[in-house]
Unconditional design. Structure first.
Length: 169
């Protein structure tokens, strides 16, 4: 039973783990969020010290965009089974969001296979239940996705303030 909650293998490198942690310690040490200071706060493009020329020229649909991990991060292993790792992924999203200091969302929106992750985040934020029949208009909607390219903006969100966070770049 304990093995269900505490897998004995690191999901990233498959090393056997003796402790009650999710990742082995070398992988855990490599778990760091993407630094945001060199990225555009609106579209998350890498910009170094320059202004983001994309955002000067285009009107983004998103209020803000960010990603948590680089493609090479051990955390990417969790994307193999978002249902199984829903609580961990939800906690990592919330931890990162805390560092972005964005506004508190009214609603968390996700598409399959992250439904369970957004559900778990909704609980952690203690957000009221929101059904698809409610109106998103004017709401601050936090959208979570595996990667930016996995996310399709539904029409129902067009009149809301969309914040998009991807688990991986
Ligand atoms: Zn490992
Ligand atoms: Zn930009």
């Amino acid at each position: 039973m304990l093995n269900f909650f505490f897998p004995r293998q690191c999901p990233s490198c498959m090393e056997i783990i003796e402790t009650d942690t999710l990742f082995c310690s070398p992988c855990f040490d490599m778990l760091s969020f993407i630094p945001t200071y060199e990225r555009c706060p609106k579209c998350f493009t890498y910009k170094g010290e320059n202004k983001c020329f994309y955002c000067i020229q285009h009107r983004e649909l998103f209020i803000k965009k960010a990603a948590l991990f680089e493609e090479g991060s051990p955390a990417i292993a969790l994307l193999k089974d978002p249902e199984k790792y829903a609580k961990t992924m939800g906690a990592l999203f919330i931890l990162a969001l805390d560092q972005f200091s964005w506004i508190r969302p009214d609603v968390i929106y996700s598409q399959s296979p992250l439904k369970k992750v957004s559900h778990s985040m909704g609980k952690m934020y203690a957000l009221p239940k929101f059904s698809k029949y409610n109106n998103y208009a004017g709401k601050n909607v936090l959208c979570i996705t595996n990667t930016f390219k996995d996310f399709n903006i539904p029409l129902s969100l067009y009149s809301s303030n969309i914040f998009l966070v991807a688990f991986s770049l």
